[in-house]
Design a protein. Structure first.
Length: 313
């Protein structure tokens, strides 16, 4: 009998499919291997479920989005954990995460960890000013209040408290990501203490370490499904052109409709609505600078590929 369900766990070649409240152990049919694809956790699938025997995944439905580290599909939102210290907070890294998620059509939720390590406002040694693109030394709570206000105006949700974050997990498939050491495991322990994750150590429960490519699993938490992703020291992007980059900055995309040229790069073109908005203080200077940095990286990559192709021809 053919059933429909969602893969909630992948382990050593087996796919565990949830359907109507039951979990079925299945394998993938050989035709997936011939197509060069394979099912992943989060996939909605058609499968067989014979009584007292192993089932088979027959077909994978179209995916809304997917990640490769780990392999997960159909993600609703991602919690990006950014720490205040060790590692230091970085607007540049945060914007890279946000571009990555916007391009994947995954809603970002920003969680700032280690707020308890900050100095009180009275003890801050510097005047509160708009941060630059390279600023990673927010040292007062007031810096983060300003940051939250700025990014909320763009449309992002920022959390300083784990309890506030939990209410946003119900009914959603959520992944957690952030730099190594930013406090992902600590946050997950607050949200789901029953998982018994050990801070600072590899967790086989979340498919890390030696089982990274073999074990991926959703966990039911706060009425939703969550999964962990590995720590990142850098991000690999699929954004390889200016229009996609522009679309990954929501405030730039909205304003860019007023640019004179349809594919304005917001660098040298006349009558650029984005540069005018920047001059009027309607766009954060740090966001614009990070956009320019990413655009430059895209252009450099394209030039490198072009030179390689020229040599090969």
């Amino acid at each position: 009998m053919i059933k429909k369900g969602r893969i909630v766990k992948s382990l050593a070649g087996f796919y565990y499919v949830e359907s109507a409240g039951h979990i079925y152990q299945t394998r993938a049919r050989g035709n997936f291997r011939k197509k060069g694809t394979k099912p992943v956790v989060g996939d909605f699938v058609d499968f067989t479920a014979e009584e007292n025997s192993e089932g088979y995944v027959l077909e994978v439905h179209a995916r809304r989005n997917s990640l490769t580290r780990p392999s997960i599909a159909n993600i609703d939102q991602a919690v990006v954990i950014m720490s205040t210290l060790s590692p230091n907070f970085s607007l540049n890294l945060l914007d890279r995460f946000l571009v990555f998620l916007e391009h994947k059509s995954i809603k970002p939720l920003i969680y700032v960890s280690k707020m308890d390590l900050l100095a009180d406002d009275e003890k801050g040694k510097k005047e509160l000013t708009a941060p630059s693109a390279s600023d990673s030394n927010f040292d007062r709570r007031a810096d983060y209040i300003t940051f939250r206000s700025d990014y909320q105006q763009i449309g992002y949700e920022i959390f300083f408290d784990a309890d506030e974050l939990v209410s946003h997990l119900a009914g959603k498939v959520t992944v957690f990501m952030g730099q190594t050491g930013a406090g992902k495991t600590t946050l997950l322990n607050k949200i789901a203490p029953e998982m018994h994750l050990e801070t600072g150590e590899t967790s086989d429960k979340l498919g890390r370490g030696r089982h990274t490519t073999r074990h991926v699993e959703f966990f039911e938490v706060a009425g939703g499904l969550i999964a962990d992703t590995p720590g990142f020291s850098s991000l690999d992007y699929e954004v390889d052109n200016q229009p996609d980059l522009n679309a990954a900055f929501p405030e730039l995309l909205k304003i860019s409709h007023g640019c004179k040229f349809r594919e304005c790069t917001h660098t040298h073109e006349p009558d650029c609505a984005v540069k005018e908005a920047l001059a009027q203080g309607e766009i954060l200077p740090s966001r614009y600078q990070n956009y320019l940095q990413l655009l430059n990286e895209i252009n450099n990559t394209r030039e490198t590929y072009a030179k390689k192709r020229k040599k090969q021809s």
